[in-house]
Design a protein around this ligand. Structure first.
Ligand code: FES
Length: 71
């Protein structure tokens, strides 16, 4: 989420990246880290699609591609 916002892309959020609102959900592909226990809980709660991630919880050490329903 931080990397996207630094690039000037809008990311929905009402919790400021605290991992609460789930509004920052995005479709992510590439070398992102595996979801943490907290993110896995959130993904299950929102019944996320297989490639959806909570962007403020994703750590992408390499190149990742993202897409959102609202872009
Ligand atoms: S910004 Fe709220 S969960 Fe990611």
């Amino acid at each position: 989420m931080d990397r996207l916002m630094e690039a000037g892309l809008p990311v929905a959020s009402s919790c400021g990246g605290d991992g609460v609102c789930t509004k920052c959900r995005l479709f992510v592909s590439g070398t992102a880290s595996a979801p943490s226990q907290h993110e896995s809980f959130l993904l299950k709660k929102i019944q996320a699609a297989p490639q959806e991630r909570i962007s403020c919880q994703v750590i992408g050490p390499g190149d990742i591609e993202v897409d959102a329903r609202y872009w």
